[in-house]
Design a protein around this ligand. Structure first.
Ligand SMILES: [Zn+2]
Length: 297
């Protein structure tokens, strides 16, 4: 996956963050850098969408959006800390959409000993409204209450781990190294699904490291030399399942009697994002849906 990570506010000039027992601007950067590191270690691509200085608040926001919208992202996440005397973690999505990843960010951070304030409507937030990608703003906890002391005890690394585990879930990217067939000078490593399918080519690079990094962020793609020999592959373990019931209900949430948002016929292939209790969170429509694991093979 390709994930844009914004470390909240600027640190200088306009648009700086909250200050309490801890400084928001300092800790969003610690968490954000660790999130990017963990994503990369898991084979995903993480793009830093942080702005350190701006001449105005509106400039800081539009600079962040420029960085986010420059490329196709699977997720844009903005890391913040809250202020104003409350306690707990919350996440904001457009219209308060209950994306499983957002629910999981909150519940993973709650497991570290914070209150769960839930997934809320972030339509009013510039970075949620203006991103082309699916976006989520995370308020890790409060800078000006006992939350801050608890956070210092837990540490930014555990917060980052909780966020990353929620984002990548079951989607693990496994690079498959084949003995590298080095290209001749002037040749390029071509990034395609298969050599035969030339139309699937999404890039060509002369630098192997850059080509590999690009392939890593596009699971299912491989690198080929100009003779069509496979140089490097990325296996995505995003699981595909097949519907075994004659008609299978797709539900809005991971609760088995929640609202039905669609129906799938027997034999339909579904992309499974995560297992949640007795349900699979699948790719369905814009926001995903849930089906019973008993009727997927
Ligand atoms: Zn903030």
């Amino acid at each position: 996956m390709n994930i844009g990570v914004n470390d909240g506010h600027t640190i200088k000039g306009y648009g700086t963050g909250a200050v309490g027992i801890i400084k928001e601007g300092e800790h969003t950067r610690l968490v954000g850098a660790e999130v990017r590191k963990l994503l990369k270690e898991a084979g995903h691509s993480a793009i830093n969408c942080t702005v350190d200085y701006a001449n105005s608040v509106s400039q800081s926001l539009s600079l962040i959006m420029d960085q986010a919208n420059r490329q196709e992202l699977d997720w844009f996440i903005s890391i913040h800390f809250n202020a104003g005397g409350g306690q707990g973690v919350e996440a904001y999505t457009y219209g308060g959409r209950q994306y499983q990843d957002a629910i999981d960010v909150c519940s993973n951070i709650t497991k570290l000993g914070f209150r769960n304030r839930g997934v809320k409507d972030g339509k009013g937030l510039y970075v949620i409204r203006k991103t082309k990608a699916k976006s989520m703003l995370i308020e890790v906890c409060f800078v000006d209450t006992a939350d801050a002391n608890h956070y210092l005890k837990i540490g930014y690394k555990n917060i980052a781990k909780a966020i990353v585990e929620a984002l990548i879930g079951a989607i693990k990217v496994t690079p498959v190294e084949t003995p590298v067939k080095v290209i001749a000078p002037g040749e390029m490593y071509k990034v395609r699904k298969t050599w035969a399918d030339a139309t699937s080519q999404i890039g060509a690079f002369s630098d192997l490291a850059i080509a590999k990094a690009y392939a890593n962020s596009h699971p299912g793609y491989s690198l080929f030399n100009s003779k069509g020999q496979n140089v490097y592959s990325v296996a995505a373990t995003l699981t595909i399942g097949t519907v075994t019931a004659s008609i299978l209900n797709v539900r809005k949430t991971a609760v088995s009697n929640s609202a039905i948002i669609g129906k799938l016929n027997k034999g339909t292939k579904v992309k499974i994002a995560k297992k949640v209790g007795n349900m699979y969170n699948i790719y369905f429509g814009d926001n995903g849906g849930y089906v019973s694991i008993d009727y997927i093979k």
